[in-house]
Design a protein. Structure first.
Ligand SMILES: Cc1cc2nc3c(=O)[nH]c(=O)nc-3n(C[C@H](O)[C@H](O)[C@H](O)COP(=O)(O)O)c2cc1C
Length: 135
């Protein structure tokens, strides 16, 4: 069963580009092997991640993520069964919003109301669409 998990978390410290590179390299290597796709977004210390894959893969991956000391305060925004992936070609897409200074309020991740996001599915999908439109 294909699932899509979206969560937000807070990084333990201000991560350097080298720290981020390490996370991304390991993620892409593991995800390729496990047919996991998705997107990782960072704004300051706030992470937003979309993970897509088979439920028997996503469950233990999320367990591992929760134990990762590099972030904390993990909040699930949605965890749905999906028919097709939003990011079929990305073992882990990446956007660092620090490099997009003139972005909209929606993209100021630390100011998002997580409970509102989790109860209003259209909001997270609008947000993802905005992220994808960034160039
Ligand atoms: C914000 C964040 C996102 C991560 N995303 C992934 C991911 O998509 N896939 C993955 O395998 N590991 C991801 N990790 C890393 C895992 O927590 C864990 O360190 C890694 O999977 C262990 O890999 P290894 O068993 O090959 O050493 C992420 C870590 C952080 C902090």
């Amino acid at each position: 069963m294909l699932q899509q998990l979206i969560y937000m978390s807070v990084s333990a410290k201000e991560l350097s580009s080298k720290d981020l590179e390490q996370i991304l390299n390991a993620s892409r290597r593991n995800n390729l092997e496990k047919n996991v796709t998705g997107l990782l977004v960072i704004k300051g210390k706030t992470f937003l991640q979309v993970l897509e894959g088979e439920s028997q893969i996503i469950k233990p991956l999320f367990q591992k993520l929760k134990e990762d000391q590099r972030h904390h305060d993990i909040s699930i925004i949605s965890w749905d069964v999906i028919e097709k992936r939003d990011f079929p070609h990305w073992t882990m897409g990446f956007k660092n919003l620090a490099t997009f200074p003139n972005h909209s309020e929606l993209l100021d991740l630390s100011k998002l109301d997580i409970s509102k996001l989790s109860t209003t599915p259209s909001l997270i999908h609008d947000l993802i669409q905005e992220l994808l439109n960034l160039e």
